[in-house]
Design a protein around this ligand. Structure first.
Ligand code: ADP
Ligand code: MG
Length: 263
């Protein structure tokens, strides 16, 4: 049976109060356990301080990653670990793992995923985005059409500068599905402005099902389109995802397995 120690209880209450006031939730959660573990005769008192501070730092790092994952607004949680590179032999695993080290973010260069629907473009973009968050970057995911609509509303509300500023805190912006829906002339102009704003300062990851020669069909203006492509491709790594839709192949494989077991 442990004998209650009133002095210790008072001390715990005081320490709890300090750690709450200092907003140190990791230390608050763990310091009693750490104190018990470290309290051996002759133990270095600094060892406890060190362990408590390390715990707090670690806990802040973890919650920062959780916050940034939420803030990124990924449509679903895909990681590079679950990407089957054997099913996509055209995609260089080395190149993708290199991108996951997020050096391109420090250099503010871009990544363009280009290929047909269902070939893993969005999956890889999310996976690289998540990896960048783990390296300490702020990342934001958006669909191209959605971004255009938000730009148009911001402009209509005379809030374009403020809207653009909210994006400037991200060091990586993922714009998904360029080319699925043509842009209005106003929308295209705003997207050009958005991309120009980012150029050489922050990294852009773009996914598209359209070859560059067809971009003018969705952006409209040939001069602006070629200026955009010029910038985008000048400082960009191109990842071509080819072949048939992964989902379609999965579904077909499943169906043929079904037929086999039925026969
Ligand atoms: P895209 O953006 O090119 O249209 P997605 O990335 O959305 O394609 O992929 C479609 C679905 O197939 C997603 O659920 C994705 O996780 C999965 N997928 C595609 N390629 C692969 C792959 N090589 N390994 C594992 N899953 C894949
Ligand atoms: Mg996609």
């Amino acid at each position: 049976m442990t004998i209650p120690n009133p002095a210790a209880a008072v001390r715990y209450t005081a320490i709890d109060g300090y750690l709450k006031a200092l907003k140190m939730p990791g230390a608050l959660r763990e310091y009693r356990t750490l104190a018990r573990e470290i309290a051996t005769p002759g133990a270095d008192p600094l060892a406890l301080l060190e362990a408590v501070l390390a715990q707090e730092l670690e806990s802040r790092h973890r919650s920062q990653i959780i916050r940034r994952m939420q803030d990124a607004r990924f449509p679903y949680a895909k990681t590079l670990d679950t990407f089957d590179f054997t099913a996509a032999p055209k995609i260089s695993q080395t190149a993708i793992l290199d991108l996951a080290r997020a050096q391109f973010v420090d250099l503010a260069t871009n990544v363009v995923f280009i290929g047909p629907s269902g070939t893993g473009k969005t999956h890889l973009a999310i996976g690289i985005g998540r990896a960048a968050i783990h390296q300490g970057h702020r990342v934001r995911f958006t669909g191209a059409t959605n971004l255009m609509n938000e730009l148009l509303s911001a402009q209509a509300a005379h809030e374009l500068p403020r809207f653009l500023k909210t994006w400037s805190r991200y060091s990586v912006v993922i714009v998904d599905e360029i080319g699925f829906v043509p842009f209005s002339a106003d929308g295209a102009r705003l997207l050009f402005q958005f991309f120009a704003d980012m150029y050489e300062r922050r990294s852009l990851i773009v996914t598209t099902n359209l070859e560059f020669s067809h971009w003018v069909d969705v952006f409209g203006d040939p001069v602006m389109t070629s200026a955009l492509l010029d910038r985008l491709t000048h400082r960009a790594q191109m990842i071509v995802t080819e072949g048939e839709s992964y989902r379609l192949r999965q579904a077909l494989a499943q169906r043929s397995r079904g037929h086999e077991s039925a026969s």
